[in-house]
Design a binder for this molecule. Structure first.
Ligand code: F6R
Length: 253
């Protein structure tokens, strides 16, 4: 059985988010005292919104994020930055507009890259992560189909940043935000499973009853491409931060 993937259950999503915000705060402070940067891998979606509010609050209380470098997991292909549903918009609205991270330290895959340039663009994204020193802490959510980033069921573990086609469950989940499934982009740029596993620490957050089943399967299943979150069993320091609802299908004790 897989052994290394741990989980922590918090009373609420707010508690889980506050715990992760405190961990990030400590990392930022320690690195600042050493004159070193912190490299964070960040996710979009509904799950990290409370975490991002907590980080904004920490900044209002005086914490500087000037030594932070960020890399986002993914972006829809075909969306301009200015599109209301682009992850660029989401990240600026929910986080970056409220912090003092230098703009040049912020990396979000560019959804407007032409097809013929995508391979070199993805290689460049990986190179930028390496040049920054690698990801210290990767924040993840989990899709109802078990995806991490946009690594959909069937994704292989050795793949780095790449272009992927979105699975029908992912498109269905995004349909409301886009005003209909027909308006959801069908492709995205995403960090690969390899990129995620290369992070020094990974925290996957999952909240609410709708995630209970996939969380239970991810924590108990053997490693399988059918459920990409199971690849985290192969990571030395990966943890699920759950609220009680998302943990409700885990067996006790
Ligand atoms: C987001 C991402 C996705 C989401 C996942 C959960 O950048 O890569 O894997 O983390 O789809 O989405 P929410 O949090 O909206 O349930």
């Amino acid at each position: 059985m897989p052994a290394t993937l741990t989980h922590q259950v918090f009373p609420t999503a707010e508690d889980a988010s506050a715990a992760l915000a405190t961990e990030i705060e400590t990392l930022v402070r320690v690195r600042a005292s050493e004159n070193r940067p912190v490299v964070l891998g960040l996710a979009t979606g509904s799950t990290p919104i409370r975490l991002y509010s907590e980080l904004a609050q920490l900044h209002r209380m005086g914490l500087s994020f000037a030594n932070v470098i960020t890399f986002n997991l993914d972006e829809y292909l075909g969306l301009e930055r200015s599109h209301a549903e682009s992850y660029w918009q989401f990240m600026h609205f929910s986080l970056f507009d409220h912090l003092d991270i230098p703009p040049e330290n912020i990396h979000i895959p560019d959804g407007t890259i032409a097809d013929e340039d995508l391979a070199s663009y993805c290689a460049g994204y990986e190179a930028a992560i390496r040049e920054a020193g690698g990801i210290d802490l990767q924040v993840l959510g989990i899709g109802h189909n078990g995806h991490i980033g946009f690594n959909e069921p069937g994704s292989l573990p050795e793949v780095a940043t790449h272009v992927t086609s979105l699975n029908e469950i992912t498109i269905r989940d995004a349909a409301r935000a886009f005003g209909g499934a027909e308006f959801v982009p069908t492709r995205a740029i995403t960090m690969g499973v390899r990129t995620i596993l290369d992070a020094r620490r990974v925290v996957l957050m999952a909240f609410g009853t709708s995630k209970a089943q996939v969380v239970s399967e991810a924590l108990t299943s053997e490693v399988t491409a059918d459920l990409p979150a199971t690849y985290l069993h192969n990571h030395q320091d990966a943890t699920f931060y759950l609220d009680e609802e998302a943990a409700s299908m885990l067996s006790q004790g």
